[in-house]
Design a protein around this ligand. Structure first.
Ligand SMILES: Cc1ncc(COP(=O)(O)O)c(C=O)c1O
Length: 458
């Protein structure tokens, strides 16, 4: 018997006892290779002594202070570290406890920014179809995540959505990457114009779509075009790097790869690498100047915002990453993982569109290479695959939004070694072998349905 409400209420979950490096262990002594860092979070692996020691030290000194009464040295140092790493004039940082709260803070900031500049009526934030920015009501209102929204209809803001940048499903035959980048950015511009730019405070995008899409990399040049659209229409650009930030893709920030500086940049997950709940918002100088000259206050936070223990934890994580040049490992192991995944995709036809960067990789399941038909949602392809991986002692992250996209994410801790990457790929291959059998069975059950491409979003 348990008094703890579980995600799936009647499911029996293994009881985790401890973790070390890329492995987790349960009370039956089973070992699991954490192939997705839980939820793209445990970025420096489990059981890192340096972080535990830093946390203990800070806890003994002072664990909690409240931001309206004190500032504190770890929070000051963390803000300096992050703004030094961030591109352009992202010179300010604010801390919250979760990615969802970072999204909420971004909405409040965007609306306050225009109001404080004396421009009233800019109160909408546009997201994209196939995206995820969090489960709180504002964050969910900006998330084009059909599976997570329907229960809360009237509680969500009526924000509208631009089409995704998702070449495998929405690229046109013969279209170049550049042409698709232009078309997708123009579609975003059209969505803003349809809403009337005078009512739009900001747009929000993930530079690489995570949970909602199974790692969707936009065409090169898309983000830069979006930056240009936002500047032209007087709309703030929010880039949500809750998954991609702090080294996951081999750069400190994925958006830096395209030399794009958003007005607000959201971070979470890997910021504390799971050792404490911390997320953050980096803000450009002009945004803070508008607030300073307007209301003179930040758009509110939460009890635990910027507390010393959380900040000291993140500093220890950054020390670890810089001290061991973890980003160099991400780039090396990323290449190894990419080569391994492409080789698997060549041999297992149910696996399509291997895509990713650094140590953030995804692919989706299809019934047939020619038609790219997605498995019927009733078959639960992504969760079936997760189960098959678990049989191999490998944890992967189910992603994508049925019916279009049944995907899996591989995002191991950024400290994974060459040998561990080989082990991960070997386990994955066993799971894919089983998955091929499932797909053949589903094909037989579904009969001859080839050619029916399901579409959402545009
Ligand atoms: C891109 C992105 N933004 C925001 C969030 C919300 O973060 P949290 O679950 O910490 O509230 C997530 C969570 O998965 C995410 O993937």
């Amino acid at each position: 018997m348990s008094d703890l409400l579980k995600q799936t209420i009647d499911k029996t979950y293994p009881v985790v006892t401890h973790g070390k490096g890329i492995y987790l262990y349960d009370s039956d002594g089973r070992q699991y290779l954490d192939g997705c860092s839980g939820a793209m979070t445990a970025n420096i692996g489990h059981g890192v002594e340096d972080v535990a020691e830093a946390m203990e030290k800070q806890c003994r000194r002072v664990a909690f202070t409240y931001r309206t009464q004190f500032t504190n040295l770890p929070a000051e140092a963390l803000a300096r570290r992050l703004t030094d790493l961030a591109p352009g004039d992202l010179d300010w940082a604010f801390f919250v406890n979760s990615g969802s709260e970072a999204s909420e803070f971004a909405i409040r900031t965007a609306v306050s920014y225009w109001r404080d500049r004396g421009i009233l009526g800019k109160v909408k934030v546009l997201g994209r179809n196939i995206s995820y920015h969090g489960m709180t009501m504002g964050a969910l209102s900006m998330s084009g995540h059909a599976a997570r929204r329907p229960d809360y209809g009237p509680l969500l803001h009526a924000f509208s959505f631009a089409p995704p940048a998702y070449a495998y499903r929405f690229g046109q035959p013969g279209e170049t990457e550049e042409a698709y980048a232009q078309r997708a950015a123009t579609a975003f511009e059209d969505a803003i114009r349809d809403e009337d730019p005078d009512t739009v405070a900001a747009v929000i995008v993930e530079p690489i779509v995570g949970a909602a899409g199974g790692v969707l990399i936009p065409p090169a040049g898309y983000l830069a075009r979006l930056r240009e659209v936002c500047d032209r229409l007087n709309v703030l650009l929010i880039i949500d790097e809750v998954i991609t930030g702090i080294g996951r893709t081999g750069d400190w920030f994925a958006s830096s790869r395209e030399n794009v500086v958003p007005d607000l940049l959201l971070i979470g997950k890997g910021l504390s690498a799971g050792y404490y709940p911390v997320a953050g918002i980096l803000l450009r100088s002009h945004v803070v100047e508008a607030l300073r000259e307007g209301s003179g206050v930040a758009p509110f936070g939460h009890t635990f915002s910027g507390n010393p223990l959380g900040a000291a934890t993140c500093l220890a994580v950054l020390d670890f990453m810089e001290g061991r040049d973890v980003l160099a490992n991400v780039r090396r192991r990323g290449k190894q993982l990419e080569a391994g995944l492409l080789s698997l995709a060549a041999r297992y036809p149910c696996m399509a569109d291997v895509r990713g960067r650094g140590l953030l990789w995804g692919f989706e399941f299809i019934m047939d290479q020619e038609s790219r038909e997605a498995p019927d949602p009733a078959f639960g392809a992504a969760t079936t695959f997760v189960q098959e991986c678990l049989v191999q002692g490998l944890i992967v992250y189910p992603a994508g939004i049925a019916p279009l996209n049944n995907a899996a994410i591989l995002s191991p801790p950024l400290v994974i070694t060459e040998e561990e990457t080989r082990i991960l790929l070997a386990k994955l291959e066993e799971a894919l072998r089983a998955m091929e059998r499932h797909v053949r069975r589903w094909s037989a059950v579904a009969g001859n349905r080839s050619g029916s491409r399901v579409g959402i979003g545009q």
